[in-house]
Design a protein around this ligand. Structure first.
Ligand SMILES: C[S@@+](CC[C@H](N)C(=O)[O-])C[C@H]1O[C@@H](n2cnc3c(N)ncnc32)[C@H](O)[C@@H]1O
Length: 280
């Protein structure tokens, strides 16, 4: 069903207010509008489709938990305008992130949890006509929005793909890079998604995990939608990955590069994030 621009705008404004204003105001809210969709994260019983096999007893009892972290609900497609807001570049320095990503022309990359394609369209330009961008989301409406934006720009090297909550539906061993911007903390089945992403990577492939910094109280995003360095490391290293790079030059977000633990890429040590001296 087509959504009127007025309704979209209403949700976008609502989301901007709820996610970018002061932390005190945000803490006062019970529910984040990015959580406005009643997803399967926490509304269905915890053993649906046998997906809870392999979880600890604590995680089975509380399906919203993964390795000590509370899982956030999925951002609703009606709030998609927030992803393409005009202030995003100033707030998140998106072009800096794009420049830092290790992408070459002709490569096969994935924008996982692509939303309305803010990054997908730019990745498509980076890999060029001989490259491919898999654009995966679990909300078909997000893929429709992406499709409209790609069509208007005549971009044809994108493969919109409807993912499942526990599988991105990617080919095995083909990906050079999987980009995860502001999405991993929303995965309702992180263990299954980590295994599937690992299987999708080439031996030299990387995951670029981009998450709002939980160590920094000045980042005006709700705690549930942030991650600490130690939590990200804990989850990825326990699930078949090693750290092969790090980029901490963005104003609000950590960027971790993870590769399969059997990758020929060299493992690096994590550098602890510190506030830049000129901001102290
Ligand atoms: C906050 S949005 C970020 C969108 C985009 N990465 C960006 O930065 O503009 C998170 C997106 O992840 C999607 N998502 C959540 N869980 C997912 C999963 N298991 N597989 C694929 N997409 C998922 C949501 O539907 C939503 O569109």
């Amino acid at each position: 069903m087509p959504i009127s621009p007025h309704i979209r705008r209403f949700f976008a404004v609502f989301t901007i207010l709820a996610t970018t204003i002061s932390p005190a105001a945000l803490l006062a809210q019970e529910k984040d509008p990015k959580d406005s969709r009643e997803t399967a994260n926490n509304t269905q019983n915890s053993d649906r489709q046998g997906l809870d096999r392999g979880k600890t007893p604590a995680e089975r009892l509380n399906p919203q938990e993964f390795m000590g972290r509370r899982i956030a609900n999925t951002m609703h497609y009606l709030a998609a305008d927030w992803l393409t807001r005009t202030t995003r570049e100033r707030e998140e320095a998106c072009s800096k992130l794009l420049k830092a990503l290790p992408i070459e022309r002709g490569q096969t990359v994935c924008d996982l949890g692509c939303g309305n394609g803010f990054y997908t369209l730019q990745l498509a330009r980076r890999v060029g006509s001989k490259g491919t961008v898999w654009a995966v989301d679990i909300q078909p409406e997000m893929l429709e929005l992406l499709g409209e934006r790609a069509k208007a720009r005549r971009i044809t090297n994108i493969r919109p793909t409807l993912g499942k909550e526990d599988s991105p539906q990617l080919p095995e061993g083909e990906l050079d890079l999987v980009l995860l911007v502001d999405v991993y903390h929303e995965f309702s089945h992180p263990k299954e998604m980590l295994a599937a992403m690992r299987a999708s990577l080439k031996p030299t492939g990387r995951i670029a995990l981009v998450e709002y910094r939980a160590e920094d109280p000045t980042v005006p995003i709700r705690e549930l939608h942030k991650m600490t360095q130690s939590q990200a490391m804990k989850e990825y290293t326990a699930n078949g990955f090693k750290l092969v790079g790090q980029y901490d030059e963005l104003p609000w977000q950590h960027v971790f590069y993870f590769a399969r633990d059997d990758s020929p890429l060299e493992e690096v040590e994590l550098k602890t994030w510190e506030r830049p001296a000129d901001e102290q």
